[in-house]
Write a protein that binds this ligand. Structure first.
Ligand SMILES: [Zn+2]
Length: 179
């Protein structure tokens, strides 16, 4: 077991079979080059790399937590991350060509003489995929929404207002239609 500081795995030096890596990824991982719509993410990813002679299986087990906002009312919500992803990395003679024509998102090709594998983008992608894209407050045991009712009321008022503002335009158009 090792804890790499970089996201490059020198797989060429690994023994055949499974090697495990642990990654603790906090706020600094989600920097300016990777803007996200969640906060305070503390993700831990366990990577099991199963090395064979002409391919590797990478299993990413994502855990941890993140803070998101309800899409209806903006309430802060804590979500737990919990998901698995598997990538097969195949060593071939023509990886560029193979990657271009490959339509299986779970397979990636590298050159046979490659020695390192950069997994940063996968870590980022899989953590993002572990976070719900449309989080909502949900309902309490009585079936009532747990959303912030004041905010919902305000949004409702905002919508009504917009509709009222649109009315003169429609009336104006009706006038033309009558002529
Ligand atoms: Zn809500």
């Amino acid at each position: 077991m090792s804890v790499p500081r970089e996201f490059e795995i020198a797989f060429v030096g690994l023994k055949s079979g499974i090697t495990e890596f642990d990654y603790e990824l906090g706020e600094e991982f989600f920097d300016a080059e990777h803007p996200v719509d969640f906060e305070n993410c503390q993700a831990n990813v366990k990577l099991s790399l199963d090395k064979h002679s002409d391919f590797m299986q990478l299993k990413f087990e994502v855990g941890g937590k993140a803070a998101v906002q309800c899409i209806r009312c903006g309430n802060p919500l804590d979500v737990t991350l919990w998901d698995d992803f598997i990538i097969i990395v195949k060593m071939v003679d023509n990886p560029t060509e193979m990657n271009e024509t490959n339509d299986d998102p779970d397979v990636f090709f590298i050159a046979k003489n490659e020695t390192h594998l950069n997994i940063k983008d996968w870590l980022f992608e899989f953590i993002q995929l572990s976070i719900p894209t449309h989080p909502e407050c949900g309902e309490d045991e009585k079936g009532e929404t747990k959303c912030n009712k004041d905010v919902l009321k305000m949004l409702e008022g905002f919508k009504d207002n917009q509709e009222q503002n649109e009315n003169p335009i429609w009336k104006g158009l009706d006038k033309f239609k009558d002529n």
